[in-house]
Ligand binder design. Structure first.
Ligand SMILES: [Cu+2]
Length: 147
């Protein structure tokens, strides 16, 4: 009788600490996920008519002026039909890589009809990528323009 009561208490304590572990694990995960960039618009796989508005979302980092090298600050880049850049790599200056060095958080974008990928890439004050962890890629289909 005493033994079984003891083992019940043990199991209870074990369950409590397992729950506590799970909760602390979850809050660690959410702390890591707090730094991210994402599209507020359009939605992934959206069908859009050109021109369309693209809105950039940012969490856990801050927009800063060009040249400001404060940790966890920088500006958005929009990569058209390209890929995220490895951490530290400079974001090129060409027609496929748009820089928003004035701290803009949206753009009116014109693209030819068809399927495109849009990649948001956050980068520091020297246009260096914060890596794929600070990027987000979506697909959009640009509808043919009505004539
Ligand atoms: Cu840049």
């Amino acid at each position: 009788m005493t033994a079984s009561l003891l083992s019940q208490q043990c199991r209870h304590t074990f369950r409590q600490s397992a729950a506590a572990l799970l909760i602390s694990g979850l809050s660690m995960l959410s702390a890591q996920a707090a730094e991210r960039t994402f599209f507020e618009a359009p939605a992934d796989n959206a069908e859009v008519s050109s021109p369309f508005k693209v809105k950039f979302g940012l969490e856990g980092m801050k927009i800063a002026p060009l040249g400001d090298m404060t940790e966890k600050t920088g500006h958005h880049h929009l990569i058209i039909d390209g890929a995220a850049l490895a951490s530290g790599n400079p974001v090129p200056f060409d027609e496929k890589h748009m820089h928003f060095g004035k701290g803009q958080t949206e753009v009116e974008l014109s693209l030819p009809p068809g399927k495109h990928t849009l990649t948001l890439q956050f980068g520091n004050g020297a246009h260096q990528s914060y890596g794929p962890g600070m990027s987000k890629t979506i697909s959009v289909t640009v509808l043919p323009t009505a004539k």
